[in-house]
Design a protein around this ligand. Structure first.
Ligand SMILES: [Zn+2]
Ligand SMILES: [Zn+2]
Length: 379
């Protein structure tokens, strides 16, 4: 883009990132060698790091940017406190930019951290200059602007950010008798680490990993990234089903953020958790598998591979039964809705319809297994 090199630098951001990184990379090891860190320094640093990370993923991201569930005010207050401490701007600015990212993903002119502009830009470069694509437009957060807690945070963001970043480590330092050690570890190292792991979701999670749900955008699923990002590494799923409170949708996928939200719901502290219906997830997975198998077949030259004919026929047959399952699902669902509307849906009928829907889901999941085998034969 021709306008990018000319965009003016945002000096406060440049200095903040450079100075905090230098202190974390040089000051922390130096102090560690000369004075050493106590167990309390490490413990508080780990605690603050986790609290910062989860305040961003569960609070800024899944609650405020995507509204994937509701949370009690006490939980929101904690998100706000530790979200402010993570120094990633106010929830207004963060969520507005993130909603633009989802709506215009990979559009270099409108996605504030488009991964198509490279690793550096999507990781941190987008915050260093006044790019037109990063210009905040709070028109996309009318719901957040009605929340007095968030209005307060936005208005007093700078003093609140300074108070949490220096105040909390200072307090812990006084408590455990090691102010400098605590400031370096629970202050600077915690901040720089939290920054970069969050930034990985905009950079690496759009470049490195699998695309099981969609190829319409650059987002990837990456189990390794999920470990350091509290579950946000399952970014391919997230971009297709952004309203879901889970990013790692399978029960075994590492997503501490979803576990936190689900655990809080047991105490009534979070409510109305949004889940994507299993059918929609299966449909997306299968559609991707079909398009990949078809592409692979199309790439193999015809004629010379006579053994491919039966595979081709099987794929066509599978695709037909996929379409039939989708039609069945739509029919049963329509029946259900129509009966619900007429208020004739009794308990027995409801469980009958639910059973039929579950049957279709089972059919799709069996089909996914067959397609995997088929794809292995095509490889
Ligand atoms: Zn993304
Ligand atoms: Zn998102």
């Amino acid at each position: 883009m021709s306008d990018t090199p000319a965009a003016p630098l945002i000096w406060t951001n440049v200095l903040m990132f450079v100075l905090t990184a230098l202190i974390a990379l040089i000051g922390v090891p130096w102090y560690g060698l000369v004075h050493g860190f106590s167990a309390a320094d490490w413990a508080v640093a780990v605690l603050f790091t986790g609290a910062n990370g989860m305040a961003i993923t569960a609070g800024y991201h899944r609650l405020w940017a995507h509204r994937s569930y509701d949370a009690h005010w006490s939980v929101r207050l904690l998100y706000l406190l530790f979200g402010t401490m993570s120094l990633q701007n106010s929830a207004f600015a963060w969520c507005s930019g993130h909603r633009a990212h989802h709506l215009h993903v990979d559009d270099d002119a409108r996605d504030p951290y488009s991964a198509r502009r490279g690793f550096w830009f999507s990781h941190i470069g987008w915050m260093l200059r006044e790019y037109p694509s990063g210009k905040p437009d709070f028109a996309n957060i009318p719901d957040l602007r009605r929340d007095p807690l968030l209005v307060f945070q936005h208005r007093y963001y700078v003093p609140l950010a300074l108070a949490t970043n220096f105040g909390l480590p200072l307090l812990a330092g006084l408590l455990f008798g090691d102010v400098w050690g605590m400031l370096l570890l629970a202050g600077f190292l915690r901040l720089v680490w939290s920054h970069h792991v969050t930034f990985f979701i905009n950079s690496l999670a759009h470049m490195w990993g699998r695309q099981p749900y969609t190829e319409d955008n650059t987002a990837r699923d990456n189990g390794l990234l999920a470990v350091v990002t509290y579950g946000e590494g399952y970014h391919n799923f997230h971009h297709l089903f952004a309203h879901d409170y889970r990013n790692g949708v399978r029960w075994w996928q590492w997503d501490p953020t979803k576990w936190l939200i689900a655990a809080l719901s047991l105490f009534g502290l979070t409510r109305r958790l949004k889940r994507t219906p299993a059918f929609q997830i299966q449909r997306a997975l299968l559609a991707m598998q079909f398009s990949r198998a078809k592409a692979r077949l199309a790439h193999l030259p015809a004629g010379t591979h006579s053994h491919l004919e039966p595979l081709r026929a099987r794929l066509a047959h599978e695709y037909e039964s996929f379409l039939a399952a989708l039609a069945d699902w739509a029919r049963v669902k329509e029946e259900w809705l129509a009966e619900k509307k007429r208020a004739v849906l009794d308990k027995w009928r409801q469980s009958d319809l639910q059973g039929r829907l579950r049957d279709i889901e089972r059919r799709l999941s069996l089909q996914r297994r067959r397609l995997r085998l088929l794809q292995a034969q095509l490889a």
